[in-house]
Design a protein around this ligand. Structure first.
Ligand code: NAD
Length: 295
């Protein structure tokens, strides 16, 4: 492999911008037929990071022509209060997409609440029924970070059948759905977790590495096969020893891996922006499906 074939950056912002462009056209087409794509988000309690995220979401939705409605419940809300709001949104024909900001107050069962979201409106793909549909390859709303990971891998042009992919981390919301999507793409998939011995040996064989752990510096250049695609899903806030300020770090030691990998996502600016774009794409998908199912 020549030097020019290593260290190419997978620019998540550019990939997200392309997706957003196509969404602008799709929401305009919906409006032409008298329909408005919308996203109903639920936030419980005063939660600063959630509020910042919600404000950012509202802005992104406006950019692509999605109407954003934020439903705020007080911190003292009970599980029944939250379920009642979800039931109301599920029953409302004008609501086609629902997302739930986390964390929920102590004592509220997050999984129980997520499971209550109507499968066809669950644009984060957190209802277990949607994960089941992903497994069976049926039409479903797929968790956004897993979709973002697939979109970035596919953007390299790699032909996945016959390729070995090592997934590091196997959570319900990222690692497992990524592994399932890769299986569906007929890659050979190795799913690893905290108990897997010698992850480095698996990685050295891999054509694609997906790291979704949240441990800065976990993946080093000496663990990567020359030319491999490396997708860094990890997000950890760390103190930068040079600037004395907090910054966001991925799982991958960028400098050492960049000299070996064929393609590499940066953090920030890799998986993160594409994940947001996938939430909006799921939102438009849900609106279009609702309309075609009522025709
Ligand atoms: P999680 O804590 O639920 O799961 C972590 C997984 O990593 C587990 O399967 C665990 O067994 C495994 N693990 C832990 N230490 C390990 C080690 N040393 N070696 C191998 N495996 C190990 O986390 P999550 O919710 O899946 O998130 C993972 C990371 O992805 C976090 O940093 C999170 O912030 C980030 N994340 C990013 C996005 C995005 O849009 N970019 C979205 C969701 C999560």
């Amino acid at each position: 492999m020549s030097v020019s074939e290593t260290g190419r950056i997978l620019d998540g912002r550019a990939v997200a911008a392309k997706v957003m462009e196509s969404l602008v056209q799709r929401t305009a087409a919906l409006r032409d037929t008298g329909h408005q794509a919308s996203l109903d988000a639920l936030i419980v309690g005063a939660n600063q990071s959630g509020s910042v995220y919600a404000a950012n979401q509202a802005k992104m939705c406006a950019e692509v022509g999605i109407e954003y409605r934020l439903h705020e419940l007080p911190e003292a809300s009970t599980q029944e209060d939250i379920l009642a709001l979800i039931d109301r949104l599920n029953a409302d024909d004008q609501v086609t997409a629902i997302m739930l900001h986390l964390p929920l107050p102590q004592g509220v069962g997050t999984e129980l609440v997520q499971s209550r979201i109507d499968v066809s409106k669950d644009v984060e793909g957190v209802n277990p029924a949607n994960i089941g549909n992903v497994l069976y390859g049926r039409r479903s709303l797929v968790p956004c970070t897993a979709l973002a990971t697939m979109t970035l891998i596919e953007s390299t042009g790699i032909d996945l059948p016959g390729k070995l992919v090592v997934c590091i981390g196997a959570s319900n919301i990222v690692g497992k759905p990524v592994a399932v999507l890769l299986m569906r793409a007929e890659a050979t998939v190795v799913s690893t977790n905290i108990h897997t011995p010698d992850i480095a040996a698996h990685c050295r064989q891999a054509d694609v590495i997906v790291s979704a752990v949240g441990k800065p510096g976990l993946i080093h250049g000496d663990m990567v096969r020359p030319g491999a695609v490396v997708i860094d899903v990890g997000i950890t806030r760390v103190m930068d020893s040079e600037t004395g300020r907090k910054r966001t770090a991925g799982d991958v030691d960028f400098e050492s891996v960049q000299t070996v990998a064929g393609w590499l996502t940066p953090v920030p600016g890799g998986v993160g922006p594409v994940t947001v774009a996938m939430l909006l794409r799921n939102t438009v998908d849900a609106a279009e499906r609702r309309i075609s199912s009522t025709r």
